[in-house]
Design a protein around this ligand. Structure first.
Ligand SMILES: [Mg+2]
Length: 234
């Protein structure tokens, strides 16, 4: 039997917690590829970048893709591709278990989002997921003052506490990346949950004890049990 947590405020990471970030990435490659075709008449960027991404490359995909396509690389060209990637209007869908958790949580406890990433990009994602009016408090850490405010900085979590005051143990943060997600909320006395999905970007990462969450789940609907919410009902 699980002794339920007395939770009053549920705070959720966005990328790879509520939706597959891969969908945003592939949509971004398609937008960048479209731009390149229109500008230089070169085809195949999206397919090349996708192949490199699926092979596990991170960080240098734009340069490496152009290189593989024999397109001369310049910082300006890469910059334009990055702009096309970041500014595209994504089509995104919540993970089914995330959608179920949200429909149980909204109206029952305070619900907030807390996400890193460039402000405009994160806004587009939140809007594409139709979370914009549904979740009132949406903390994009970047908007608090740039990269220094990204996780593990605790400032975004403090903002949630000011907006929804309560017992520190009644706040829960759900995220997928132990390298940065849980250090801030843990320091403030929050409970933490790691969602570890099959094939997830950080799912094979072995966290050390001070960065790991209190519990690890493979499906967010498991949380209803931990929170003492009935499975039937809503
Ligand atoms: Mg994440």
């Amino acid at each position: 039997m699980i002794d339920p947590w007395k939770i009053h405020t549920l705070v959720l990471d966005v990328d790879d917690t509520l939706f597959p970030e891969r969908d945003f990435v592939l949509g971004g490659f398609a937008a960048a590829g479209k731009w390149l075709r229109a500008q230089l008449g070169v085809d195949g960027f999206s397919a090349t970048a996708t192949r490199l991404f699926e092979a596990g490359l991170r960080g240098r995909i734009f340069d490496e893709s152009l290189d593989a396509m024999d397109v001369p690389i310049s910082p300006e060209l890469v910059g334009e591709l990055v702009v096309a990637y970041r500014s595209h209007q994504p089509t995104l869908t919540l993970f089914p278990d995330a959608a179920r958790l949200l429909s149980r949580a909204v109206g029952r406890v305070n619900v907030a989002l807390l996400t890193d990433g460039f402000e405009a990009v994160q806004r587009n994602k939140i809007e594409a997921l139709a979370l914009d009016p549904r979740i009132e408090l949406r903390v994009i850490t970047d908007a608090l003052g740039g990269r220094n405010f990204w996780k593990p900085c605790p400032e975004g979590f403090r903002l949630v506490m000011r907006r929804y005051p309560g017992e520190s143990g009644g706040y829960v943060y759900v995220g997928d990346n132990p390298r940065k997600d849980f250090l801030g909320p843990r320091a403030l006395g929050w409970r933490t949950v790691r969602i570890k999905r099959e094939g997830g970007e950080h799912s094979t990462y072995v966290a050390n004890p001070d960065e790991e969450a209190d519990i690890v789940v493979t499906d967010l609907t498991e949380l209803s049990q931990h929170f003492g919410w009935e499975e039937n009902g809503r």
